[in-house]
Ligand binder design. Structure first.
Ligand code: GLU
Length: 598
């Protein structure tokens, strides 16, 4: 009897401990309500850095840069100065939304054969580990130029001030959490192939223990160089030289376990890098203005196309499964166009006006039936013909830049963060080093991983997204800002490669059509159809009543553990704010406000 009681007691203790861990990982801190500014990111320590900047009088752009810098240390396998990203800014004073393109560029040496297997020139290297872990996959990083461009236009604080909290954190060290330990473990063999990476992220060849301390004094020194020397220090100084040396001669162990090819990036490639201010893509959806990132990301155009298609259905009043069925079919059609037409606007004349026209959407909508296509698992939608809907037949607007300057003139696996300040300015930014752990190559002595973004190119030729010298690979990153008819502002985004678009879209539908608050829209199941036949879902949605009804409509739903890791913020017309991160996915995120509501 006593033994039985003890067993029950022990079980209760374990349960409580498990619940405590879940809370510590973000469950309790994933939603915040209040005023005065808000930050939502994947990590409480990074979110706190942003809140501190807002409290010290910084605006949303200042805080976003500081959080990005912090994530570069805390979430180094997802993002950092070795990669790139996209920022969407809502500037309250003028009501404008602008975007900054800090996407990596291919060096001038890039070409469509860049990933050919040297031993077998008829075929490409296998994707992992070979194609993602080498010098050739590394694009010229854009993050630092993006910071400089954003601060120069909108910031009130210096890079030195905004990098300072992370310099301190990187020197002091942080506790290794479960996600970081697991991601290191998954990449252990790849990291072990590079001396600099093994030194920084492995402990005697193993992943670090949860709860141990991780420091990165090299990154602290690199941030100091950037704080002192600005963009030039990164793109033209000793950091640039170190990047080029690393790309051209990856620091492998003797006889690495897989073939590591070299890249051709030069100092000239780095020096020529620009972060570009571009017009956003905007679509009107039921009176809501939905702003997203333009090319070279598909993260604004493809969601806009899906919204144009589903606007033809009264989703709110339809049976919920029927409503999601139409969304899934719209995703299928939009992804077919994405694959056929979208690429870097500096290289490809994309028929954007046609793709985004409501008339084109109406023509495409006629292809959608009330049930899934026959043999849905093998079904692939065909791209449409947007050209007759191009009102303006002159060269595409997509190449339009608002402003561009070279870094000369500047004297200068992905994560999403969302920031709002007391004045109502909002920043939605997604940035990445592509794979978890990027190329797997740390720049020796500088403490950051280089991206493998050039694997986002299509190796088909010709293709709008094939590799070309100086071109930016097509992205799916979709930092989004929505202005509602009543003045509410909503901003959100997510990591997740090509699923980013469908994650953002399901959040938008849950917010706008189904009236969920941001925290519930983020926590809700994800539904991702990418013209693959089957539809990926998470949170065991396939077993839910709606999931089963979708299957009865002929949809092929396949469950996966989790899709994306979103964050978002809402500013209501009275100025109050709701910030939200994931309660569970990727271990849970962190949302905070400057002045919490009682
Ligand atoms: N490289 C991807 C893109 O730009 C993002 C990677 C990810 O989210 O995992 O679309």
């Amino acid at each position: 009897m006593l033994r039985k009681l003890l067993t029950i007691l022990l079980a209760c203790c374990l349960l409580l401990a498990a619940q405590g861990t879940a809370m510590a990982q973000g469950g309790a801190g994933a939603t915040a309500r209040g005023t005065g500014g808000a930050v939502a990111s994947v990590d409480a320590r990074a979110t706190q850095v942003g809140i501190d900047v807002l409290k010290a009088g910084g605006n949303a752009v200042d805080a976003a840069v500081a959080v990005m810098a912090a994530l570069g240390f805390i979430e180094p396998y997802s993002c950092g100065i070795g990669g790139g990203g996209f920022m969407v800014i809502y500037w309250k004073a003028t009501g404008e939304v602008i975007t900054i393109d800090g996407r990596e560029t291919a060096p001038l040496s890039a070409n469509v054969d860049m990933f050919k297997d040297p031993d077998n020139p008829g075929s490409n290297l296998p994707f992992a580990p070979n194609r993602i872990s080498n010098g050739a996959a590394v694009g010229v990083p854009g993050t630092v130029a993006l910071w400089a461009r954003a601060l120069e236009r909108y910031g009130t604080k210096s890079l030195a001030e905004l990098l300072a909290p992370t310099i301190e954190l990187a020197e002091r060290g942080i506790e290794v959490d479960a996600v970081f330990a697991a991601q290191t473990e998954q990449n252990k063999a790849r990291f072990a192939a590079f001396t600099s990476t093994a030194e920084l992220y492995l402990v005697n060849g193993e992943a670090p223990a949860v709860g141990s301390i991780h420091q990165n004094p090299d990154l602290a020194r690199t941030y100091r160089l950037i704080a002192e020397g600005g963009v030039r220090a990164f793109y033209q100084g000793e950091i640039a030289k170190a990047i080029v040396e690393t790309v051209q001669n990856p620091p492998t162990v003797p006889n690495p376990p897989f073939r590591v090819i070299s890249g051709g990036m030069t100092l000239a490639d780095l020096s020529a890098y620009d972060a570009i201010v571009r017009r956003p893509v905007v679509t009107d959806y039921r009176g809501y203005k939905v702003y997203g990132m333009g090319l070279p990301s598909s993260g604004g155009i493809t969601p806009a196309q899906i919204l144009n298609l589903i606007e033809g259905y009264d989703l709110k009043n339809l049976d919920r499964a029927q409503a999601w069925h139409y969304v899934i079919e719209a995703m299928r059609l939009a992804y077919a166009d994405r694959g056929a037409f979208l690429g870097d606007p500096e290289y490809v004349d994309v028929p954007l006006a046609g793709l985004l026209s409501k008339e084109y959407a109406a023509e495409r909508r006629a292809l959608i039936g009330d049930r899934a296509p026959e043999n849905v698992a093998d079904f692939r939608a065909k791209a449409g013909d947007p050209l007759p809907f191009q009102k303006d037949t002159s060269p595409s607007r997509t190449a339009e830049r608002i402003e561009m300057a070279s870094s000369d003139a500047l004297g200068g696996s992905t994560t999403h963060l969302t920031v709002a300040d007391k004045d109502g300015n909002v920043v939605s930014v997604t940035f990445t080093i592509e794979s978890i752990g990027g190329s797997g190559i740390v720049v020796p002595g500088y403490g950051f991983l280089l991206n493998n973004e050039l694997t986002d190119f299509d190796l088909a030729d010709p293709h709008p997204n094939s590799p070309e010298p100086g071109k930016r690979p097509r992205s799916s990153m979709a930092p989004t800002i929505v202005l509602a008819p009543d003045g509410t502002v909503m901003a959100f985004g997510s990591p997740g490669g090509a699923t980013i678009i469908t994650t953002v879209l399901t959040i938008a539908v849950n917010l706008i059509d189904f009236g969920l608050p941001m925290d519930e829209a983020i926590a809700a199941p994800r539904i991702s159809q990418r013209n693959t036949g089957f539809t990926q879902v998470d949170s065991k949605f396939e077993e839910s009543e709606i999931g089963k009804a979708l299957i009865a409509l002929g949809q092929d739903l396949r469950g996966t553990a989790e899709i994306g890791a979103a964050t978002g913020i809402v500013i209501y017309p009275d100025g109050s704010m709701l910030a939200a991160a994931e309660p569970v996915r990727r271990g849970g995120g962190s949302a905070m406000v400057v002045q919490p509501a009682n």
